[in-house]
Design a protein around this ligand. Structure first.
Ligand SMILES: Cc1cc2nc3c(=O)[nH]c(=O)nc-3n(C[C@H](O)[C@H](O)[C@H](O)COP(=O)(O)OP(=O)(O)OC[C@H]3O[C@@H](n4cnc5c(N)ncnc54)[C@H](O)[C@@H]3O)c2cc1C
Length: 471
């Protein structure tokens, strides 16, 4: 609970209406996109400017009150659950595009802008901002930066980190820093821009970002390759890369995912197939034709049962939208959906798919798998029920085995969703004890009193459940 004097001071900074501590506001900001995690904050604040954030941080730091920065709360790692209470800082009022610089091909934005609104604006100017997380209609650019989000176009175009040129951020003590700029080159000291990208709200509050824009591709073609054998589909992914073609998109959906996505999006997907690959190439029309022909040959060699090319842009968009809706569609199956994002080198994608299926069988649980296969980034998704404690415990153990398998294959515990709380106990598996100590040292340098998003990254507990009395 925050004392009355502090609440009055916070309201004086942001305005009466923009600090809330009524029960509805607290409950609404006690959870995010991650199932089975909830903790009440003591207050919710909606700043409008960098200066306000700086003033708020100076005040909260002097009182040692924790702060959880929040975009839309769509993360899947418990990243915005205020496990140690304190204030949730919602960035939605800071949602403006401050500048689009057509000479430098950059855009400078506030962090609270919704990703798809930004992308649509950029496309209306005849330009292209590739990072396209499937959640882009709800996620914010600030959240994308703090999680280093990826999307369907990651294989060819990279992820958020490849498009952040400069940042403005407020530190835990209220100081304002600027990193990078409208620069294609900058080696002045440590790369603080890259350090803040993916820092999950634990190092600083991002208040402005300068993003790189690129020219849009001249043409696109989209293919659906259908397989009776999941392993064959997964093998095709490595075979395409091995043949030195980098498609713009290379996604996999297994049979359970195909079924729910089709029931949801009504596309007439092949329900009898064990897997489909959604493949898109873009660029110069002649090169696109050539690449698609070679990709077709690889798919046939790996025993694709059928291959179809989308006949129009609308049809292609429908397929991409269907893939983006996979998580939402799976969430309709059972009360609780736990989606992870273990990632392996692309050459190991088929091995990983096999391992996931073996692990699901071992623990007798349902796991559907889809994901950015071309990036080696799979989304094994357990459809389960939080009320069934025995099943949930088997799901948890299965995911531990999946993370271990990913590491064993040279991969990582998370490719794009971040560590947050959910994967904190496994971070050391990936980076080792000396890596953990170094990261803790970085945290200490930025945030000596552990006020920014405490209980994340270095936590020992995973899906901690906090029961809230809604009465
Ligand atoms: C249906 C669905 C599909 C998804 N698909 C994808 C996908 O394809 N690819 C992918 O990478 N992710 C995906 N996600 C996960 C999620 O949408 C992303 O992590 C997204 O970037 C989070 O954005 P947000 O605005 O909701 O951030 P939030 O969830 O609010 O916050 C995420 C993290 O960023 C921090 N943060 C937010 N804003 C700031 C800021 N201004 N300064 C400092 N820290 C900040 C928070 O403290 C938190 O740690 C998906 C989620 C859902 C629900």
């Amino acid at each position: 609970m925050l004392d009355r004097v502090l609440v009055k001071q916070l309201r004086a900074i942001v305005g009466e209406a923009y600090f809330r501590d009524d029960k509805e506001s607290l409950v609404a900001h006690s959870y995010d996109g991650t199932p089975m995690l909830q903790a009440l904050p003591d207050g919710v604040i909606y700043p409008e400017s960098t200066q306000q954030i700086s003033d708020v941080m100076k005040l909260l730091a002097s009182r040692r009150v924790p702060v959880v920065t929040r975009g839309s709360g769509s993360n899947l790692c418990g990243g915005t659950v205020p496990v140690q209470g304190g204030v949730v800082m919602v960035m939605h009022r800071m949602n403006r595009i401050l500048e689009t610089d057509l000479e430098n091909l950059t855009a400078t934005v506030q962090p609270g802008i919704i990703t798809s609104e930004f992308i649509n604006h950029i496309e209306s100017l005849g330009l292209f901002y590739p990072p396209d997380p499937s959640s882009m209609r709800i996620s914010t650019i600030g959240g994308n930066i703090a999680e280093c989000s990826g999307g369907l176009r990651g294989l060819k175009y990279g992820t958020t980190k490849d498009y952040v040129l400069g940042l403005e951020a407020v530190l835990a003590n209220g100081d304002i820093i600027r990193t990078g700029g409208k620069l294609m080159k900058d080696v002045a000291g440590y790369d603080l821009t890259k350090l803040l990208v993916g820092s999950e709200g634990t190092l600083a509050i991002i208040t402005e970002a300068t993003l790189k824009l690129v020219p849009p591709p001249a043409s696109k073609k989209t293919m659906l390759a259908m397989y009776r054998d999941l392993y064959g589909a997964a093998r095709t992914v490595s075979a395409i890369i091995e043949s030195k073609i980098i498609p713009a998109t290379l996604e996999i959906m297994d049979n359970p995912t195909i079924r729910v996505v089709d029931a949801y999006a009504k596309l007439g997907l092949p329900l009898d197939m064990e897997a489909v690959l959604l493949i898109e190439q873009d660029g110069d029309p002649e090169k696109v034709e050539r690449d698609m022909e070679r990709i077709r040959e690889v798919c046939e060699r790996e025993r694709a049962d059928r291959i179809e090319i989308a006949s129009s842009r609308e049809e292609a968009e429908k397929l991409l939208t269907a893939r983006r809706s996979a998580f939402t569609a799976l969430a309709r199956l059972r009360p609780t959906t736990i989606l992870e994002d273990a990632t392996v080198p692309r050459s190991k994608i088929a091995d990983m798919v096999l391992r996931i299926n073996e692990i699901a069988k071992k623990y007798n649980i349902s796991i559907a798998t889809f994901g950015h296969a071309g990036d080696g980034n799979l989304h094994p998704t357990a459809t389960t029920d939080a009320r069934d404690h025995d099943e949930i415990s088997r799901v948890e153990r299965a995911f531990e085995d999946i993370f271990a398998a990913a590491i064993e294959l040279g991969g990582t515990i998370t490719g794009e969703h971040g560590v947050g709380m959910v994967k904190a106990p496994f971070l050391e598996w990936k980076i080792g004890a000396p890596g953990m100590e170094l990261m803790k040292g970085i945290k200490q340098a930025f945030d000596p009193h552990h006020l920014l998003n405490p209980g994340k990254l270095f936590a020992k507990e995973t899906r901690k459940r906090v029961v809230i009395d809604h009465g």
